[in-house]
Ligand binder design. Structure first.
Ligand code: SF4
Length: 101
């Protein structure tokens, strides 16, 4: 039997969650429970997030210290969100961001 190895896509990125818009459907937490959890107020949060100071906005990773693991899982979470309140930004070598979703 040939074993197929899944190659993880390595990207530098950060996640932004516009929590004001979150409707608490829990899709993100189902798709990517390593990074997403449901809170007592019925909305989701990024595990280990920081608040940006703009209302309920949460971030994980930054242009200076980008995430490098689990890109696909978080992209899946963002794609699963019915109200598009999860945003993924890729960070390039010059620490410039490009919005993917
Ligand atoms: S998928 Fe979107 S709307 Fe649903 S809980 Fe997650 S962030 Fe909120």
């Amino acid at each position: 039997m040939v074993e197929e190895k899944k190659t993880e896509i390595k990207k530098a990125y950060k996640i932004v969650h516009d929590r004001d818009i979150c409707i608490g459907c829990s899709a993100c937490a189902s798709v990517c429970p390593k990074y997403w959890e449901m809170e007592d107020d019925g909305k989701s949060s990024i595990i280990g997030h920081e608040k940006t100071g703009n209302g309920e906005e949460e971030v994980l990773g930054s242009n200076e210290e980008a995430l490098t693991q689990d890109y696909e899982g978080n992209l899946d979470a963002a794609e699963s969100c019915p109200v598009n309140c999860i945003h993924i930004f890729e960070i390039d070598k010059n620490k410039e961001e490009k919005k993917i979703l």
